[in-house]
Ligand binder design. Structure first.
Ligand SMILES: *[C@@H]1O[C@H](CO)[C@@H](O)[C@H](O)[C@H]1NC(C)=O
Ligand SMILES: *[C@@H]1O[C@H](CO)[C@@H](O)[C@H](O)[C@H]1NC(C)=O
Ligand SMILES: *[C@@H]1O[C@H](CO)[C@@H](O)[C@H](O)[C@H]1NC(C)=O
Ligand SMILES: *[C@@H]1O[C@H](CO)[C@@H](O)[C@H](O)[C@H]1NC(C)=O
Ligand SMILES: *[C@@H]1O[C@H](CO)[C@@H](O)[C@H](O)[C@H]1NC(C)=O
Ligand SMILES: *[C@@H]1O[C@H](CO)[C@@H](O)[C@H](O)[C@H]1NC(C)=O
Ligand SMILES: *[C@@H]1O[C@H](CO)[C@@H](O)[C@H](O)[C@H]1NC(C)=O
Ligand SMILES: *[C@@H]1O[C@H](CO)[C@@H](O)[C@H](O)[C@H]1NC(C)=O
Ligand SMILES: *[C@@H]1O[C@H](CO)[C@@H](O)[C@H](O)[C@H]1NC(C)=O
Ligand SMILES: *[C@@H]1O[C@H](CO)[C@@H](O)[C@H](O)[C@H]1NC(C)=O
Ligand SMILES: *[C@@H]1O[C@H](CO)[C@@H](O)[C@H](O)[C@H]1NC(C)=O
Ligand SMILES: CC(=O)N[C@H]1CO[C@H](CO)[C@@H](O)[C@@H]1O
Length: 563
């Protein structure tokens, strides 16, 4: 130590001031993640464009990338339980994509880049699709889901399946976020025993720690937004119909949607561009109003907030319903000033007049129950090409769950299904339609679409904690971006089930941008312009993270290759 000058120490640490001219030409870099002397970011920060440039430059291969991510998953999975299954074909798929790239064939910006998907999105390969339930273990689908097919067509490597709140959180009133019988209990990485939120819990934790470029989640009411919120991520909950739900284990055809969970807005935009579009297997995608999907990546414009009118529905920020969220409010109010400085016009108190009636009514429960009774059999169970446990209805799935000890019943109940089965009708009945109409009236004209119109707004913002419900009920889009983290003095509070830390210091939170149906291009721009002015994600550090980097994999390979 004593023999090293301060300057040479800095050179060692940062790779600046190098005597080798081509290295000096680069900006200072972190030598612990540089590959063969070339700067490269840590995988927890690497973006689509970083990975693509590295692949193009031959700094590493897609096989190296898959290898590095698998090692990272194995380092933390025993603690965090965020991945339930790796794709046994991932390495051979990556090798094939490497070969194609070497021959000048590149499918697109995700060529050779690993993505994880939630364990309710089916693949016709060696992986299961179970929603975390043994009722569907070993079941087979006749083809890839449209989501899996689109990812493959874009050249992405489907790396594995992420753990989730079982049945996308549609089984129990007394379970925990991120728990499934098959995957165990997922935990967040920002505090020991952190509630990862849900139901796309494993997708949130995996994307946040850089265990893949990004992950797909699904949302019925909060299941992309909420785990993105507490895992320091950008989450896009697309308009229902922009992304196909074909062979995605459903809750509700009216509310389910599939979207990206990524570390940056631009990465999320790249993934959305790959998965958006019409599908012959999901006729809600016929509602897509454009012939060509907008260029979501080009929408990432630093000036996008200039001149935009942005409303704040203050009455959604209801601290009496959620007292622990109090520390979020001052940070959110400071964010409004950042939006103003970026040229936006903030219109405060654009309240949702349907808020109280919606909370008092039971319409949204009725809609989900009736949809589930219809959609689980029709859209999924009847589509299976192999159904080993012969589950054909919600009643069958309930019976299986009661009889199979690993399903943890009755410790975790099935009251959600019991309620749906007791309803006595499905989503073709008049009672369903009257509830659906009330629901969409209160959340639309007296909620999101009403405020947009009455105040001539481009978009609305609220803390993500309060954002999911209204857009969920009408199928409109939302994007969440990191905003801050709970301060050090925060009191640690457990989840309702008594197993996880739901509120604690350092747990992240986000801000949500909501807009009209199919306004993702606009929302991506607003979210990007906010993100680039704040870069909050970089200031929040997980308490646990893997240490394997690409350079370790590349070095190990080149050593092996030498005689
Ligand atoms: C370099 O990267 C490693 C691994 O991500 C990290 O632990 C270390 O703190 C970084 N060093 C600097 C100087 O940024
Ligand atoms: C490392 O970089 C040098 C200089 O560009 C190059 O000659 C060499 O082939 C590279 N090695 C590997 C393993 O990529
Ligand atoms: C991750 O951990 C869970 C729980 O222990 C386990 O079920 C799963 O198989 C593990 N996944 C991988 C990829 O090892
Ligand atoms: C929750 O946090 C407390 C206080 O830091 C800690 O003692 C406890 O182990 C954590 N819970 C879990 C499940 O890790
Ligand atoms: C849409 O598709 C569903 C099957 O997923 C089918 O039951 C329904 O009749 C179709 N609706 C229209 C309008 O084609
Ligand atoms: C970015 O947004 C600004 C403000 O709306 C606009 O003038 C500019 O043309 C946009 N840039 C691109 C590349 O679209
Ligand atoms: C909007 O809601 C907030 C919070 O409930 C309330 O303080 C404010 O008076 C309301 N504004 C209007 C215009 O209704
Ligand atoms: C809905 O219930 C009706 C009446 O019981 C039945 O005829 C119909 O097949 C059911 N439809 C679906 C989609 O479950
Ligand atoms: C479920 O189990 C109950 C009692 O064990 C039985 O009466 C009923 O027929 C079963 N239902 C189905 C759909 O298998
Ligand atoms: C969950 O609910 C079931 C039935 O309502 C009950 O038997 C069980 O003890 C509950 N579990 C917990 C942890 O509260
Ligand atoms: C909603 O469903 C319930 C049955 O759960 C029914 O009594 C009611 O009439 C339906 N419609 C409305 C608007 O509440
Ligand atoms: C699909 C999968 O990986 N299942 C594993 C989940 O975890 C249990 C143990 O917790 C294993 O037995 C399963 O093989």
């Amino acid at each position: 130590m004593a023999s090293l000058s301060l300057a040479s120490l800095l050179v060692l640490m940062l790779g600046c001031l190098s005597l080798i001219p081509w290295v000096a030409a680069q900006s200072c870099y972190n030598q612990s993640t540089a590959i063969n002397g070339t700067a490269f970011p840590a995988l927890i920060d690497a973006t689509t464009e970083d990975l693509t440039k590295g692949l193009e430059a031959g700094l590493f291969t897609s096989v190296d990338l898959v290898t590095a991510y698998i090692q990272r998953i194995m380092e933390v999975n025993a603690t965090l339980h965020m991945v339930t299954q790796l794709n046994p074909d991932a390495l051979s798929i990556a090798a094939e994509l490497d070969k194609q790239r070497a021959n000048g064939v590149v499918y697109g910006p995700l060529h050779g880049i690993p993505i994880l998907i939630k364990n309710n999105i089916a693949t016709a390969d060696k992986m299961d699709n179970t929603a975390g339930s043994y009722a569907l273990a070993g079941a087979k689908v006749p083809r890839d889901s449209t989501m899996a097919a689109k990812l493959r067509k874009a050249g992405a490597v489907i790396l594995g399946k992420t753990n989730l709140s079982q049945w996308a959180n549609y089984r129990s009133f007394n379970s925990s976020n991120g728990w499934s019988a098959i995957g165990g209990q997922t935990q967040g990485a920002y505090y020991p025993g952190q509630d990862p939120s849900g139901s796309s819990s494993g997708s949130g934790v995996s994307s946040s720690l850089g265990l893949a470029l990004a992950a797909l989640g699904t949302e019925t009411d909060g299941s992309i937004l909420s785990p993105s919120d507490v895992n320091n991520l950008v989450g896009i909950k697309p308009t229902v119909g922009l992304t196909s739900r074909d062979l995605v284990i459903p809750i509700s055809e009216h509310q389910d949607t599939v979207g990206p969970m990524a570390r940056t807005v631009k990465d999320a935009a790249y993934v959305l561009a790959a998965i958006a579009g019409k599908s012959p297997y999901d006729n809600y995608t016929d509602a897509i109003p454009f012939d060509t999907i907008p260029d979501y990546v080009a929408a990432c414009n630093f000036s996008a907030l200039q001149g935009k009118r942005i409303g704040v529905p203050r009455n959604l920020i209801d601290l009496t319903a959620d007292p622990p969220a109090a520390p979020i409010v001052p940070v959110f109010n400071a964010a409004l000033d950042i939006l103003r400085k970026a040229g936006a016009i903030i219109v405060d108190n654009t309240n949702f007049t349907g808020y109280e009636a919606l909370n008092e009514g039971d319409y949204s429960n009725v809609v989900l129950e009736a949809d589930f009774i219809s959609d689980l059999p029709k859209e999924y169970l009847s589509q299976l090409s192999y159904n080993p446990n012969q589950v054909h209805s919600v009643a069958d799935v309930r019976n299986f769950t009661h009889a199979f000890p690993l399903e943890d019943w009755p410790e975790r109940d099935t009251l959600v299904w019991d309620g749906a089965l007791a309803l006595g009708f499905n989503n073709t009945s008049p009672e369903f339609w009257s509830n659906y109409t009330m629901n969409t009236y209160l959340a639309g004209p007296l909620g999101v679409t009403g405020a947009l119109k009455n105040y001539s707004l481009d978009a609305l913002v609220v803390p993500t904690e309060f954002s999911p419900n209204f857009p969920a009920l009408i199928g409109s889009p939302v994007i969440t971006v990191p905003l801050g983290a709970y301060p050090p003095e925060t009191e640690v509070l457990m989840n309702g089930f008594g197993t996880l830390n739901a509120t604690a210091p350092n747990i992240p939170f986000g801000i949500s941008f909501m807009g009209a149906h199919f306004s993702e291009e606009l929302l991506v721009g607003l979210a990007y312009a906010f993100e680039q002015r704040t870069l909050v994600r970089n200031s929040i550090t997980p308490y646990i993270q893997p240490v394997t980097e690409l350079v370790d994999v590349v070095n190990a390979r080149s050593k092996l290759a030498r005689p």
